[in-house]
Design a protein around this ligand. Structure first.
Ligand SMILES: *[C@@H]1O[C@H](CO)[C@@H](O)[C@H](O)[C@H]1NC(C)=O
Length: 249
């Protein structure tokens, strides 16, 4: 979770972890002993104006759910007005900038930030630019308040039925990465071709929102995998080669 320095000095993470079952629309009260709307307060921005606590909500479902829960807690348990920013960003860097008020990662130009909290920030896959930004601007960049109680993993998955079929058919093990060596076996015959896949579910590898154009990040990939065929040499190291990536699963 990221919280901007201008926010109310209260951590949301305990409630978010504890109250995963609370969902509802903002018009009704959800909690017993809820603080009604008319009794809620605003916070002050850095110019001293009264504003509600504003959540930046990432453009995926889990962020929407977690932010909705946290918003209820902020409104009904803490007694502050709370709103969601309309824009649904996709990258942690976008969110970090929005919370900081910095117009870009140099922070030379700033505006008064009207946003305070973001949940479901996947910092581990956020890329090095966010890390660097957070380190270089400790007083402005949002603060990482740590895990809200669950971990995520990214993995490549092959359906069990396919694995069984390939093994029965040829004795090759699709669940073992060395089987995917074209010199020995054409694993592609078990899969759909690129033309069969829905284009709208994919992102170009050179799309700036993708981590695959983050050179320091991809340099680590090159170092650990040695997979230079999957990489494109660029100034300062590597980007991912190839065209398409799944946007989500
Ligand atoms: C693929 O197999 C060939 C032939 O055995 C071998 O030379 C090559 O190193 C293998 N590639 C990988 C990535 O293991």
């Amino acid at each position: 979770m990221l919280r901007s320095h201008a926010s109310a000095r209260t951590s949301l993470k305990k409630w978010c972890a504890a109250l995963l079952f609370v969902l509802g629309t903002s018009a009704e009260l959800c909690l017993p002993d809820a603080i009604p709307e008319g009794e809620r307060q605003n916070v002050l921005d850095s110019a001293g104006r009264e504003i509600p606590i504003k959540f930046i909500v990432f453009d995926w479902h889990a962020a929407e759910v977690l932010s909705s829960i946290a918003k209820i807690m902020v409104e009904e348990a803490l007694g502050y007005h709370a709103v969601f920013d309309e824009h649904r960003p996709f990258t942690v860097m976008d969110v970090a900038l929005k919370l900081s008020g910095c117009l870009d990662s140099t922070c030379n130009d700033m505006q008064i930030s009207d946003s305070h909290v973001a949940l479901d920030c996947w910092l581990g896959s956020a890329g090095t630019d966010t890390d660097t930004f957070m380190q270089q601007h400790p007083g402005k960049a949002p603060e990482d308040l740590g895990s809200i109680g669950y971990e995520g993993e990214e993995a490549l998955v092959v359906a069990g039925k396919l694995v069984d079929e390939a093994y029965e058919h040829s004795g090759f093990a699709l669940d073992f990465y060395r089987s995917y060596n074209q010199s020995h076996y054409s694993a592609r015959k078990h899969f759909d071709g690129i033309a069969d896949l829905p284009r709208e579910d994919f992102l170009r590898c050179d799309d700036p929102v993708a981590i695959f154009v983050d050179t320091p990040y991809m340099n680590d990939y090159a170092r650990w995998s040695g997979d230079t065929d999957g990489l494109l040499a660029v100034e300062g190291g590597y980007n991912a080669a190839g065209l398409l990536l799944p946007t989500s699963v």
